[in-house]
Design a protein. Structure first.
Length: 254
């Protein structure tokens, strides 16, 4: 299991995350939702060990991940929100670097890289420098790097950013399959429709605090609404249709 136990993070006197707790079990795909500034990115960075909590802890199989961070990360696949890659490396070279750092056997690594580049429609570009790649191509390289060593835990932070429709559909099916195979998946997104389709459970944050946590099916039934309407009801006190009409009225004004 992956557990967040009373996690809190402060930047100087400003609280980014306050008393966040949840448990992610094998086979669950936990969607994390929240508006900008809700603490999603800070939560992801604590779950990956990139940030140390001000208070609380992240536990994997009952052990604090900071006790053996290298060992924990070896069992983790992470797609960050920003595709920051080495632009002077080719796609193949970058994946080869990641596989080597993860200790993958050379033969298996090369077979996996070759196959995954083909499946993600990147094989013809494998020897081109990443600096020449589009945003969607860089995102696909990040996804391959996160999954190719078959980790136990996956943390995806806005993984669909820049992906074309076909790649996005493939990735959503991958996430669903990983959950069915008993993997632990934490999926952070702004896209409510995707969370509703691929996640088994949902965690909704507002101003660094958990305001709702349940299965995707139950959380909508509580208020008798879709996940989108539930999210707007809990998080945003905004009449979106009214604001949209006002925007169009301003556009049309003489």
């Amino acid at each position: 299991m992956l557990e967040a136990v009373h996690l809190a993070k402060r930047y100087s006197s400003i609280p980014a995350v306050q008393d966040l707790s949840f448990t992610l079990r094998p086979g669950e795909v936990l969607g994390c939702l929240g508006p900008n500034g809700s603490g999603k990115s800070t939560t992801v960075k604590m779950l990956t060990g990139l940030l140390e909590p001000t208070r609380g802890s992240v536990l994997f199989d009952g052990h604090n991940i900071l006790e053996d961070l290298a060992g924990y990360r070896a069992r983790l696949g992470y797609v960050p929100e920003e595709p920051n890659l080495y632009p002077y490396l080719t796609g193949w070279e970058y994946l080869e670097l990641i596989g080597t750092l993860r200790g993958m056997p050379r033969g298996d690594m090369e077979v996996k890289i070759d196959s995954l580049l083909e499946l993600f429609s990147l094989h013809p570009h494998r020897h081109a420098s990443i600096g020449t790649y589009s945003k969607g191509m860089r995102q696909r390289i990040l996804i391959i790097a996160a999954i190719m060593h078959n980790p136990e835990i996956f943390i995806f932070d806005e993984p669909l950013s820049g992906l074309d429709v076909t790649s996005a559909l493939i990735f959503k099916h991958v996430v669903q399959t990983l959950g069915k195979q008993g993997k632990l998946v934490f999926y952070c997104s702004h896209v409510l429709e995707v969370v509703e389709k691929v996640c088994t459970d949902v965690l909704i944050l507002r101003k660094g605090e958990v305001i709702a946590q349940d299965s995707v099916a139950n959380i909508g039934q509580i208020l008798g609404q879709s996940l989108e309407n539930t999210f707007l009801h809990l998080v945003e006190d905004v009449d979106t249709m009214s604001v949209a009409r006002d925007i169009v009225s301003v556009m049309k004004a003489a």
